[in-house]
Write a protein that binds this ligand. Structure first.
Ligand SMILES: [Zn+2]
Length: 229
Protein backbone atom coordinates (compact mmCIF):
# COMPACT_ATOMS: atom_id res chain seq x y z
CA UNK A 1 0.00 0.00 0.00
CA UNK A 2 2.74 2.47 1.02
CA UNK A 3 4.80 1.49 -2.03
CA UNK A 4 1.82 2.14 -4.29
CA UNK A 5 1.21 5.57 -2.69
CA UNK A 6 4.93 6.36 -3.02
CA UNK A 7 4.88 5.52 -6.73
CA UNK A 8 1.81 7.74 -7.28
CA UNK A 9 3.48 10.67 -5.47
CA UNK A 10 6.66 10.19 -7.51
CA UNK A 11 4.71 10.17 -10.78
CA UNK A 12 2.86 13.36 -9.76
CA UNK A 13 6.15 15.09 -8.84
CA UNK A 14 7.73 14.10 -12.16
CA UNK A 15 4.65 15.27 -14.08
CA UNK A 16 4.61 18.62 -12.24
CA UNK A 17 8.33 19.12 -12.86
CA UNK A 18 7.65 18.61 -16.58
CA UNK A 19 4.55 20.79 -16.84
CA UNK A 20 5.09 23.67 -14.39
CA UNK A 21 7.95 25.46 -16.24
CA UNK A 22 5.73 25.67 -19.32
CA UNK A 23 3.21 27.76 -17.37
CA UNK A 24 5.79 30.55 -17.08
CA UNK A 25 6.73 30.66 -20.76
CA UNK A 26 5.64 33.75 -22.70
CA UNK A 27 6.47 33.54 -26.42
CA UNK A 28 5.79 36.47 -28.76
CA UNK A 29 2.45 36.70 -30.56
CA UNK A 30 2.51 35.65 -34.20
CA UNK A 31 3.16 38.39 -36.75
CA UNK A 32 5.76 40.92 -37.78
CA UNK A 33 8.20 41.84 -35.04
CA UNK A 34 7.96 45.58 -34.46
CA UNK A 35 10.79 47.60 -36.00
CA UNK A 36 12.06 44.66 -38.09
CA UNK A 37 11.10 42.65 -41.15
CA UNK A 38 11.18 39.43 -39.13
CA UNK A 39 8.00 37.38 -38.89
CA UNK A 40 7.49 35.13 -35.92
CA UNK A 41 5.02 32.30 -35.60
CA UNK A 42 3.83 31.30 -32.16
CA UNK A 43 3.01 27.62 -31.89
CA UNK A 44 2.05 26.07 -28.57
CA UNK A 45 4.56 27.71 -26.22
CA UNK A 46 7.37 28.77 -28.50
CA UNK A 47 8.33 30.85 -31.52
CA UNK A 48 9.97 30.13 -34.81
CA UNK A 49 11.36 33.07 -36.75
CA UNK A 50 11.22 33.78 -40.50
CA UNK A 51 13.64 36.29 -41.97
CA UNK A 52 12.89 37.48 -45.51
CA UNK A 53 15.45 37.23 -48.24
CA UNK A 54 13.88 38.72 -51.38
CA UNK A 55 11.20 36.20 -52.32
CA UNK A 56 12.80 33.58 -50.11
CA UNK A 57 13.23 33.04 -46.39
CA UNK A 58 15.61 31.78 -43.81
CA UNK A 59 14.18 30.27 -40.65
CA UNK A 60 15.44 30.01 -37.09
CA UNK A 61 14.11 26.85 -35.41
CA UNK A 62 11.16 24.84 -36.63
CA UNK A 63 8.56 24.80 -33.90
CA UNK A 64 6.50 22.08 -32.30
CA UNK A 65 3.18 21.98 -34.13
CA UNK A 66 3.40 21.26 -37.85
CA UNK A 67 -0.32 21.76 -38.55
CA UNK A 68 -0.44 25.09 -36.76
CA UNK A 69 2.69 26.37 -38.48
CA UNK A 70 1.42 25.27 -41.90
CA UNK A 71 -1.88 27.04 -41.29
CA UNK A 72 -0.25 30.25 -40.12
CA UNK A 73 2.13 30.29 -43.09
CA UNK A 74 -0.78 29.80 -45.51
CA UNK A 75 -2.62 32.72 -43.87
CA UNK A 76 0.46 34.90 -44.37
CA UNK A 77 0.99 33.58 -47.94
CA UNK A 78 4.44 32.30 -47.04
CA UNK A 79 5.51 29.43 -49.28
CA UNK A 80 7.37 26.84 -47.20
CA UNK A 81 9.19 25.72 -50.35
CA UNK A 82 10.88 29.12 -50.51
CA UNK A 83 12.73 28.57 -47.28
CA UNK A 84 16.42 28.33 -48.20
CA UNK A 85 17.79 27.31 -44.84
CA UNK A 86 16.63 26.31 -41.36
CA UNK A 87 19.02 27.06 -38.51
CA UNK A 88 18.28 24.81 -35.55
CA UNK A 89 19.40 26.05 -32.15
CA UNK A 90 19.13 22.46 -30.86
CA UNK A 91 17.18 19.28 -31.52
CA UNK A 92 14.48 19.14 -28.84
CA UNK A 93 11.16 18.08 -30.38
CA UNK A 94 9.59 21.54 -30.00
CA UNK A 95 12.28 23.11 -32.19
CA UNK A 96 12.39 20.65 -35.08
CA UNK A 97 8.85 19.49 -35.89
CA UNK A 98 8.15 21.69 -38.91
CA UNK A 99 11.48 21.02 -40.58
CA UNK A 100 9.46 18.59 -42.67
CA UNK A 101 7.54 21.52 -44.22
CA UNK A 102 10.69 23.16 -45.53
CA UNK A 103 11.48 20.55 -48.15
CA UNK A 104 13.96 22.67 -50.14
CA UNK A 105 15.89 23.99 -47.17
CA UNK A 106 19.36 23.11 -46.03
CA UNK A 107 19.31 22.32 -42.32
CA UNK A 108 22.08 23.87 -40.24
CA UNK A 109 22.96 22.95 -36.69
CA UNK A 110 25.96 22.77 -34.40
CA UNK A 111 28.44 19.98 -34.89
CA UNK A 112 28.30 19.42 -31.12
CA UNK A 113 24.56 18.72 -31.30
CA UNK A 114 25.05 15.82 -33.72
CA UNK A 115 25.49 13.47 -30.74
CA UNK A 116 21.89 14.22 -29.71
CA UNK A 117 20.44 12.74 -32.91
CA UNK A 118 22.95 10.04 -33.85
CA UNK A 119 22.07 7.91 -30.84
CA UNK A 120 25.26 8.50 -28.89
CA UNK A 121 23.76 10.84 -26.25
CA UNK A 122 20.33 10.43 -24.66
CA UNK A 123 18.23 13.55 -23.94
CA UNK A 124 16.70 11.80 -20.93
CA UNK A 125 16.93 8.22 -19.73
CA UNK A 126 15.18 6.16 -22.43
CA UNK A 127 14.66 9.22 -24.64
CA UNK A 128 16.69 10.31 -27.67
CA UNK A 129 16.17 13.38 -29.82
CA UNK A 130 15.47 12.94 -33.50
CA UNK A 131 14.67 14.95 -36.60
CA UNK A 132 11.60 14.22 -38.75
CA UNK A 133 12.21 11.33 -41.14
CA UNK A 134 12.27 13.59 -44.20
CA UNK A 135 15.51 15.17 -42.93
CA UNK A 136 18.08 12.90 -44.49
CA UNK A 137 21.71 13.23 -43.50
CA UNK A 138 22.41 14.76 -46.93
CA UNK A 139 20.32 17.80 -46.00
CA UNK A 140 22.16 18.60 -42.78
CA UNK A 141 25.21 20.85 -42.49
CA UNK A 142 26.98 20.67 -39.13
CA UNK A 143 28.64 23.94 -38.17
CA UNK A 144 31.71 24.49 -36.00
CA UNK A 145 31.59 27.23 -33.37
CA UNK A 146 31.75 30.74 -34.83
CA UNK A 147 31.24 29.62 -38.43
CA UNK A 148 29.47 32.16 -40.63
CA UNK A 149 26.98 31.01 -43.27
CA UNK A 150 26.15 33.40 -46.10
CA UNK A 151 22.70 32.57 -47.38
CA UNK A 152 20.11 34.56 -49.30
CA UNK A 153 21.93 37.82 -48.70
CA UNK A 154 22.18 37.24 -44.95
CA UNK A 155 25.13 36.34 -42.80
CA UNK A 156 24.39 33.92 -39.99
CA UNK A 157 27.02 33.24 -37.33
CA UNK A 158 26.66 30.26 -35.03
CA UNK A 159 27.79 30.64 -31.41
CA UNK A 160 27.92 27.56 -29.22
CA UNK A 161 26.08 27.82 -25.90
CA UNK A 162 25.89 24.23 -24.61
CA UNK A 163 24.14 23.16 -21.44
CA UNK A 164 20.43 23.01 -22.27
CA UNK A 165 21.41 20.24 -24.68
CA UNK A 166 24.96 19.06 -25.32
CA UNK A 167 25.31 21.10 -28.48
CA UNK A 168 22.89 24.01 -28.07
CA UNK A 169 23.79 27.05 -30.14
CA UNK A 170 22.56 30.55 -30.85
CA UNK A 171 22.62 32.49 -34.11
CA UNK A 172 23.62 36.07 -34.84
CA UNK A 173 21.98 37.30 -38.04
CA UNK A 174 23.54 40.19 -40.00
CA UNK A 175 25.22 41.33 -36.80
CA UNK A 176 21.85 42.82 -35.73
CA UNK A 177 19.74 40.06 -34.28
CA UNK A 178 20.59 37.32 -31.82
CA UNK A 179 18.46 34.17 -31.47
CA UNK A 180 19.28 32.30 -28.28
CA UNK A 181 16.96 29.30 -28.62
CA UNK A 182 16.77 27.62 -25.22
CA UNK A 183 20.19 28.66 -23.98
CA UNK A 184 18.43 30.96 -21.52
CA UNK A 185 15.07 32.04 -20.19
CA UNK A 186 13.93 35.52 -19.21
CA UNK A 187 12.67 36.18 -15.73
CA UNK A 188 11.88 39.77 -14.69
CA UNK A 189 14.18 41.12 -17.40
CA UNK A 190 17.10 38.93 -16.31
CA UNK A 191 18.48 36.00 -18.26
CA UNK A 192 18.65 32.74 -16.38
CA UNK A 193 19.15 29.03 -17.03
CA UNK A 194 16.32 27.51 -19.07
CA UNK A 195 14.31 24.62 -17.61
CA UNK A 196 14.92 21.08 -18.88
CA UNK A 197 18.67 21.68 -18.97
CA UNK A 198 21.06 18.74 -19.33
CA UNK A 199 24.15 20.32 -17.78
CA UNK A 200 23.56 23.32 -15.49
CA UNK A 201 27.26 24.14 -15.05
CA UNK A 202 27.71 24.42 -18.82
CA UNK A 203 24.44 26.34 -19.08
CA UNK A 204 25.64 28.89 -16.50
CA UNK A 205 28.89 29.33 -18.45
CA UNK A 206 26.83 29.85 -21.60
CA UNK A 207 24.78 32.52 -19.82
CA UNK A 208 28.02 34.40 -19.08
CA UNK A 209 28.81 34.18 -22.81
CA UNK A 210 25.32 35.40 -23.77
CA UNK A 211 25.60 38.36 -21.39
CA UNK A 212 28.90 39.36 -23.01
CA UNK A 213 27.28 39.20 -26.47
CA UNK A 214 24.08 41.12 -25.67
CA UNK A 215 25.45 44.63 -26.19
CA UNK A 216 26.40 43.87 -29.80
CA UNK A 217 22.84 43.32 -31.04
CA UNK A 218 19.85 45.49 -31.72
CA UNK A 219 17.40 42.77 -30.74
CA UNK A 220 17.67 39.49 -28.86
CA UNK A 221 15.06 36.76 -29.16
CA UNK A 222 14.54 33.64 -27.07
CA UNK A 223 12.41 30.71 -28.23
CA UNK A 224 9.94 30.59 -25.34
CA UNK A 225 10.27 33.89 -23.46
CA UNK A 226 9.95 36.57 -26.11
CA UNK A 227 12.40 39.40 -26.65
CA UNK A 228 15.08 40.42 -24.23
CA UNK A 229 15.81 43.74 -25.95
ZN1 LIG B 1 14.91 22.82 -25.67
Amino acid sequence: MYIFAGIIILVVIIALAEILPMCFMHPLASGKVEGTDIITLKNRNNNLFLIPSGENWIVIDAGSDVREIKLQMERLSIDAKKVLGVFLTHTDYDHVAAVSLFSNAVIYMSELEKQMIDGSTYRQPMKKNKLPETCGADRIVYLPDNEVVHLGGHSVRILYVPGHTKGSAMYAVDGNYLFTGDACRISRGEIKVHPYTMNRRQARESIVKIKKELGRYEKVFTAHYGQLQ
